[in-house]
Design a protein around this ligand. Structure first.
Ligand code: NI
Ligand code: MN
Length: 228
């Protein structure tokens, strides 16, 4: 059975993997591009890439409502547990993997920052490499381009999700270099068009991906779904 992926705007994704719902970086109630509100989404597992508000805003409320387990770096996981009373948290660190009911999740490198909304230290930012149903999916989350992406792609990737908004993360041009390092079968953009400073032309980006890489671009609007 394929994995169903829904883009909920900005860096927020919902994955349906068998009977499991995985929510990545929930930012919904204050996200002008989100098609749903935090009280509408289901989650068994929540993955947090780093402590910035636009990635963690609704994590505690959704985790407490659903009983989902939150996976994050140690500092973010500890903050959610101690400051926001999230019951089920698993703290990780870069390079570490955890076993989950559908496979495994690994916290990968990212070049970014990670302060928490109240100014607490948020540890190092990361991305997520998800292995499920013999598929490998990489969510770069907020990051600059970095050469070690070649290592993340070395085992083969069915999908890479890359930021293209520029300003806070890599932009469209660097994402093409990232695709050349990662060599995914398919690639989807994220972290753009939420606000004017990160506005991008996704169809122009998709044309460049087709012209300059061997990956197939997948562009959906917020709320749009695709299968991997
Ligand atoms: Ni960020
Ligand atoms: Mn961000």
């Amino acid at each position: 059975m394929p994995i169903e992926i829904t883009w909920l705007g900005h860096g927020t994704f919902s994955l349906t993997i068998g009977d499991q719902k995985v929510l990545i970086d929930p930012f919904l109630d204050d996200n002008p591009s989100a098609p749903v509100k935090a009280h509408d989404v289901a989650a068994d597992i929540i993955l947090i890439s780093h402590g910035h508000y636009d990635h963690i805003a609704d994590a505690a409320a959704i985790a407490k409502r659903t009983g989902a387990t939150v996976y994050a770096n140690f500092e973010v996981a500890t903050w959610l547990h101690s400051k926001h009373k999230v019951q089920h948290t698993i703290g990780m660190n870069l390079g570490g993997a955890a076993q989950v009911p559908f496979g495994s999740i690994k916290l990968t490198l990212a070049h970014h920052s990670s302060s928490l909304p109240d100014g607490s230290y948020g540890g190092n930012p990361g991305g997520w490499l998800i292995t499920a149903k013999n598929k490998r999916l990489y969510f770069a989350c907020d990051t600059a381009l970095f050469q070690d992406m070649a290592q993340i792609g070395a085992g083969g990737l069915d999908l890479a999700v890359l930021p293209i908004g520029d300003l806070f993360t890599m932009g469209p041009e660097d994402s093409l270099a990232a695709i050349q390092l990662l060599k995914p079968q398919k690639v989807a953009p994220a972290h753009y068009n939420t606000w004017p400073p990160i506005a991008q032309d996704a169809s122009a980006w998709a044309s460049a991906v087709k012209a300059k890489t061997s990956a197939e671009p997948i562009v959906v609007s917020p709320g749009g779904k695709f299968l991997i």
